[in-house]
Design a protein around this ligand. Structure first.
Ligand code: NAD
Ligand code: WQD
Length: 381
């Protein structure tokens, strides 16, 4: 008779880096033996741009999922005070290495000094569409050098790598909701082009270098803030994006909102987007890492990350008023050059393969964005 009993569990408190396996076995001679196996798992994740808007929310989700995080950020578009805010939420202060990822030698030294890093989430990039049109070199330089230096630094190491891409790669899709297999159209801006070309770079490298496993997440329009209102978006200067402009207008930092056009071919004439709560988006990164770790998929994959629903500019304005009880002042203006009329994502691939689905609705997005704006109004950091 042979009886084998498996007992599995996490060993070592908050961090699932040691996997304990107990096996009780009765041998033929009726002796009972206990086999204990402890597997040490690498769970350290490098988060580039981890003090930024989406990065900071993702750091929290990673910590809460049991990962250890090391952030690399040059603080070019973020505030070091965010580290303290993250610590208030998770109880764990993430390590920060202040480094410009365009500096190849420093990136190589850093990655070489950290052989324990098992995965990378690469957020660090410049992201202002208008600025990229004015200064394309700044965008090509930062967004390409940082990506190429990172990949180069990992050389022959096995690495799971999640890349921040964008629905901007689709331009105006011919069919909605847009799927991952839709044609990628000529980019409207140098920023958009950096995302298209970066995806191509990752795909081509993955074809020949099997030690790299890449996932590109095409985010739709991330908005909102953490439920604690301790972290959120920190736009520098006048916000170009709709929701931060709405919250700043509502709090009195800005004048009335201009709706950029109400003569589009949409039900109310204003543009439609797929707004996604930043916390749902952050969770999608944890799901993407888990899929990479499982090695189930191809070594280059791409996923839409949105809700699958479209809301117009006027929908967002009215939803904000309803969610917060704050009346907004807005006027209808001219169309904004380069704006896509309507786009929302088909998210079935993410739902089935990443086992991820957005959970928070527009009301939650706008309430949390407003709570964050109110927090910022009372607190400096
Ligand atoms: P963010 O500006 O808030 O965060 C980016 C972070 O990267 C900042 O903390 C910045 O200081 C850092 N950084 C930039 N260049 C760096 C460099 N060379 N070395 C080290 N650190 C550097 O931006 P975000 O909104 O959090 O966006 C994160 C990523 O998601 C970006 O790649 C962006 O293109 C992409 N994305 C954003 C949106 C959006 O609407 N926010 C939509 C789609 C895709
Ligand atoms: C949303 C809608 C505006 C401000 C941008 C980037 C895209 C991606 C997400 C990174 C549009 C309208 C806005 C205002 C308005 N980022 N609007 N008045 O343009 O969908 O996408 O951010 O990858 O690449 O282009 O987002 O928030 O700027 O605009 O009427 O004051 O709100 O015209 O229809 P967008 P957005």
């Amino acid at each position: 008779m042979k009886l084998v009993l498996f007992v599995k569990g996490w060993y070592g408190g908050t961090s699932p880096d040691k996997h304990l396996n107990l096996r009780l076995q009765v041998l033929k001679n009726k002796q009972l033996i206990l086999i204990i196996t402890i597997t040490f798992m690498n769970n350290k994740i490098l988060v580039t741009g981890g003090t930024g808007y989406i990065g900071s929310h993702t750091v929290v989700e990673l910590q809460q999922a049991g990962y250890e995080v090391i952030i690399v950020d040059d603080l070019s578009n973020s505030n070091i005070g965010i580290l303290n805010q993250i610590t208030k939420i998770s109880g764990i202060e993430p390590a920060l290495v202040q480094l410009d990822l365009c500096e190849e030698a420093q990136v190589i030294d850093f990655i070489t000094a950290h052989p324990e890093i098992a995965g990378v989430i690469h957020f660090a990039a410049f992201k202002a569409v208008g600025e990229s049109v004015q200064n394309p070199l700044k965008y090509y330089r930062n967004n390409f050098y940082s990506l190429l230096n990172l990949i180069t630094a990992f050389k022959n190491r096995d690495i799971n790598f999640v890349f921040s891409s964008s629905c901007t790669v689709y331009g105006q899709p011919d069919v909605l909701p847009v799927t991952e297999s839709a044609q990628v159209k000529k980019a409207e801006s140098p920023y958009g082009n950096t995302k298209q070309v970066s995806e191509e770079i990752l795909q081509e490298i993955a074809t020949v270098q099997k030690n790299y496993r890449f996932t590109a997440l095409r985010y739709f329009n991330p908005v909102g803030a953490h439920a604690s209102a301790l972290i959120g978006e920190l736009p520098i200067g006048i916000p170009q994006n709709l929701v931060p402009f709405i919250t700043q207008s509502a709090i009195g930092k800005r004048g009335p909102i201009t709706v950029y056009g109400n003569d589009y071919d949409t039900p109310d004439g204003s543009c439609i987007r797929d707004y996604i709560h930043v916390v749902d988006l952050a969770k999608a990164h944890v799901s993407a890492l888990k899929r990479l770790e499982s090695k189930i998929g191809e070594n280059y994959e791409v996923f839409n990350i949105g809700t699958g629903n479209g809301s117009s500019v006027l929908d967002v304005i009215h939803a904000f008023e309803k969610s917060t009880g704050v009346k907004l002042n807005y006027t209808i203006g001219q169309r904004r050059t380069g704006d896509v009329e309507k786009v929302w994502g088909d998210v079935l691939k993410a739902e089935s393969k990443l086992n991820w689905k957005s959970e928070l609705d527009l009301d939650a997005m706008l309430k949390s964005a407003w709570a964050w704006e109110e927090y910022l109004n009372k607190n400096e950091f």
